[in-house]
Design a protein around this ligand. Structure first.
Ligand code: HEC
Length: 129
């Protein structure tokens, strides 16, 4: 408790000291690295999947909830990402009995793919001994 109290004091003092706003010309240029962009796409794709697909397919490395539905992390083992991307673009025509049809534009398809690619796990190779 004592530690927490002492830590609060400098914070309060700092809040009182007015920091001058940076001149507009010095405003930080927001740089987005390719890694950040990808991470952002994966995150947004994951949000869609968690909303639309996870109830049947599970999320991340979970098992699929729905009998016969492939787990997400193995999806691209059966579907080459190019083919799947095409399918996503044309509407997720991967629809099956039990699976609703989804209509996504290229941008959303890209997000979904980025996420799916990021979580793929190779099938366990047959052991060699
Ligand atoms: C209501 C349950 C359900 C939902 C929601 C669902 N799926 Fe499926 N999905 C299935 C089932 C069941 C199968 C397997 C059907 C089969 O193999 O006969 C499947 C198969 C697939 C396949 C394999 C492709 C194929 O042709 O077999 C992909 C890819 C897929 N789903 C992607 C998605 C994506 C992406 C979403 C969300 C946008 C989604 N699914 C939402 C039930 C669902």
């Amino acid at each position: 408790m004592r530690g927490a109290m002492t830590a609060l004091v400098p914070l309060t003092l700092m809040a009182c000291a007015q920091t001058p706003a940076p001149a507009p010309s010095q405003a930080a240029v927001i740089q987005t690295s390719p890694e950040d962009l990808l991470a952002d796409k994966i995150e947004r794709g994951r949000a869609i999947v968690s909303r639309e697909c996870a109830s049947c397919h599970g999320l991340d490395n979970e098992e699929a909830e729905w009998p016969d539905a492939p787990a997400l992390r193995h999806m691209l083992a059966d579907y080459d990402s190019g083919t799947l991307n095409e399918d996503f673009r044309q509407s997720v025509r991967v629809g099956h009995p039990g699976m609703p049809q989804f209509l996504y534009g290229p941008k959303t398809a890209d997000l979904l793919l980025s996420y799916l690619v990021s979580i793929q796990e190779p099938e366990t190779p047959p052991s060699e001994d």
